[in-house]
Design a protein. Structure first.
Length: 326
């Protein structure tokens, strides 16, 4: 069935993940007016997955919204943002070379844009969030993985083929552990959430006599230690948790020094669950950064927490098409 959405001064942001579709109505000022979510069907047919997305959109529109001017979608990568095609995302095996933008546009008869979540979130932070007013923006979301986006003079930098911005897979140790992408020593495999948990488990296993609140929270089971438990133990003043997080900060600062020397950004913005846990160490990152750069202005670059938090995908989707708003 084809639907036509009424034109108004709002965009619909759609955030597609492996288990959920989150949707939100966003105005020209970046305010999320209304939002909802539906389960995603990732392992069925391509059309079943499309139906999950349209069901989420329809559910929001039936809740009293007047309609949208355009739709922006944060879709799993790899994808082709220019053609609007989802290529072969590992967490959505149902879509291979799938023309998602075309499918949504034909159903709702409005302009549709797609991009990956980090690129879109970077644009939302530039348009409406922590990076508003800056021109050379580097954004990173740090959670289970590390995703990054680059926005130059208000536009996402996609590179030659649309594959630019994979900063989470920049290696800082060629002898390091192999990342899921196949490369050794990527910052993602060294400093994302699973790496923090693994580092804590290694320390606890290496010194069985050491007492730590991390182990108490894990009920004595070292294998149950996660980054979330490390964060909780740090908040309670645990020295081992602090040691683990300081090591993570050292790795991230080394990486960010490379980013600064490569891009010369005028702001660094970070989001995601691990970034929120590391917020007490932002001052440490700022103070260490100049020693990891040749850029003489590194100390002057603001290092900021992202504005949108868990709603980054919705805001990011809307930001992709916000240029079209009347």
């Amino acid at each position: 069935m084809t639907a036509t959405l009424k034109t108004s001064g709002t965009c619909l942001g759609v955030d597609i993940g492996g288990t959920k579709v989150a949707v939100g109505l966003v105005n020209r000022d970046g305010k999320i007016l209304n939002q909802g979510r539906q389960p995603m069907i990732a392992t069925g047919t391509a059309e079943a997955a499309l139906h999950a997305v349209t069901a989420a959109i329809d559910s929001l529109m039936s809740s009293g919204s007047d309609g949208v001017h355009s739709i922006g979608i944060c879709a799993p990568g790899p994808l082709d943002p220019q053609a609007g095609i989802v290529l072969n995302p590992p967490n959505l095996p149902c879509w291979r070379n799938y023309p998602l933008a075309e499918k949504i546009a034909s159903q709702y008869r409005v302009p549709v844009k797609i991009d990956n979540d980090a690129n879109a979130a970077a644009l939302a932070e530039t348009r409406w969030g922590a990076a508003r007013g800056f021109h050379y923006v580097f954004y990173a979301t740090i959670g289970t993985g590390i995703g990054t986006g680059i926005v130059l003079d208000g536009r996402i930098y996609h590179g030659n083929t649309g594959s630019a911005g994979e900063g989470g897979h920049m290696s800082i140790d060629y002898r390091g552990p192999k990342c899921g992408c196949g490369k050794p020593g990527c910052i993602e495999v060294l400093a994302a959430g699973p790496a923090i948990g693994a580092r804590a488990r290694a320390k606890l296993s290496g010194d069985p006599s050491a007492h730590s609140a991390i182990l108490d929270l894990a009920k004595g089971n070292v294998s149950a230690v996660t980054s979330e438990l490390v964060g909780q133990a740090f908040a309670a003043g645990d020295p081992l948790a602090r040691e683990v997080l300081l090591e993570t900060i050292h790795l991230l600062t080394t990486w960010l020094g490379n980013i600064v020397d490569l891009l010369d950004p005028d702001v660094l913005v970070v989001g995601g669950g691990v970034a929120a846990m590391l917020k007490p160490f932002f001052g440490e990152i700022k103070s260490r950064l100049p020693s990891c750069c040749v850029n003489p202005h590194a100390a002057n670059i603001p290092f900021l927490m992202a504005h949108y938090g868990a709603d980054a995908g919705i805001a990011g989707g809307a930001a992709l098409c916000s240029d079209n708003l009347p």
